[in-house]
Design a protein around this ligand. Structure first.
Ligand code: GMT
Length: 377
């Protein structure tokens, strides 16, 4: 199949999934065309069957805002026509779903099929914005097939947007070769981590929804019982406040703010526990990446997190904001190697069964075929 993929190319789960899926599909022999504003950051080297088409938005004095949406739609139409695309896979509803529809209308080929994948904040945050809500609804209803990355997100989409459309869940995945299952402490000295200190990790874009304050509170309680360090990877609006909070709590030597990192797998290899205690989280790809590395997760009961973590079996799920319970689980895990080992074994088995890259790629391919056969509502 000839498939066009549009996503945000910068760091962020939706761009990662779009890119990893493109790579998997290319490995299976499909022709993949990324139509994005920049090379997706996980597309680190040229690969067979993958072509990158850059969307370059021009700035003119008359524009108050550069028209990314129209430029993207125009580029999509060009690529559909030039490469005779069968399918457009749009990741993140705003504006990509609508741009796919517009691009198709601009093209000469009217039978290209559009699948849109909803990723999370495109619904749970932007869906509440009245300047976007009807556009999101239009994008969903006009796509041939719509998927979401968890059942929770599919439910929330029906509640918030109320589209007249079925939404199918296709979970996220990690490409196994990117995240080796391995614990490796050799980086500890580089970060002033003592050999006997435990390591907790959190990776995000430091937005309010990530509740990094709860992560720090949890860590503070863990550190009172188990000598440990917290690695915080990422950057975003909350960063400065969280640095101040760490200083105020006297934890500046224990919490390492490591900024945005492209190669995160080596940090996961250092870690014992991954924390994701967000108030909104459709899936939590960072959890899955850490779990594939072998790190046991503690997440919050937000969105799709409890579809990723089976509470008490493959990790723990706590109420949003409950740093007491989160820290109690973490302390038990860190003080009880047998419990940790059991949970890690369950977790590795479970993610192989439910989130393998082959399984999820098969599911997307199934929906592509349905669309091409005209077998959908
Ligand atoms: O977490 C973010 O704010 C980034 C966002 C994105 O669009 O990249 O992530 C969303 O999509 C990821 C991939 O499907 C999910 O794993 C994240 O849970 C989801 N984020 C939220 O729902 C907050």
């Amino acid at each position: 199949m000839k498939i066009g993929i549009t996503c945000y190319p910068s760091m962020g789960g939706s761009g990662i999934i779009a890119t990893e899926l493109g790579i998997k599909l290319a490995e299976r022999g499909h022709d993949i065309h990324f139509i994005t504003s920049n090379i997706p950051f996980r597309l680190r080297k040229p690969l067979p069957n993958i072509t990158f088409h850059q969307v370059e938005v021009n700035q003119y004095a008359v524009f108050q805002y550069p028209p990314y949406d129209i430029t993207l739609s125009t580029k999509i139409a060009e690529v559909i026509d030039e490469y005779d695309l069968d399918i457009l896979h749009m990741h993140y509803a705003v504006p990509h779903a609508v741009c796919g529809i517009l691009g198709k209308q601009m093209s000469r080929k009217q039978n290209v099929k559009i699948i849109t994948t909803l990723h999370g904040t495109d619904i749970t945050v932007l869906g509440y914005d009245h300047s976007l809500k009807n556009g999101i609804k239009f994008g969903i209803e006009q796509s041939d097939i719509v998927t979401s990355v968890s059942h929770a997100l599919a439910r929330q989409t029906h509640e918030i947007i109320k589209p007249n459309k079925d939404i199918y869940t296709v979970y996220n995945f990690v490409r196994e070769t990117e995240f080796e299952t391995k614990h490796d402490e050799s980086l500890k000295p580089y970060y002033n981590i003592e050999p006997d200190e435990k390591v907790l990790i959190h990776v995000s874009n430091f937005r309010k929804v990530k509740r990094i304050d709860t992560i720090i509170d949890t860590f503070a309680k863990v550190n009172q019982e188990v000598s440990s360090k917290l690695l915080l990877l990422g950057d975003g609006p909350e960063l400065m406040d969280m640095k101040e909070k760490a200083r105020e709590m006297g934890l500046e030597d224990r919490i390492l703010f490591l900024g945005k990192q492209e190669w995160i797998s080596e940090f996961y290899q250092l870690a014992d526990i991954v924390l994701l205690l967000s108030e909104k989280e459709s899936f939590g790809l960072t959890l899955l990446e850490a779990m594939k590395t072998g790190v046991v997760p503690i997440g919050s009961d937000a969105g799709g997190i409890k579809e990723v973590i089976k509470h008490g079996e493959t990790g723990y799920v706590v109420e949003i904001g409950d740093s007491d319970t989160a820290s109690r689980h973490a302390i038990r895990l860190l003080q009880n190697p047998k419990l940790y080992q059991n949970m890690q074994d369950n977790m590795l088995k479970d993610i192989t069964e439910r989130f393998s890259s082959d399984l999820i790629t098969d599911q997307y391919e199934y929906y592509y075929k349905l669309m091409l056969e005209g077998n959908y509502d």
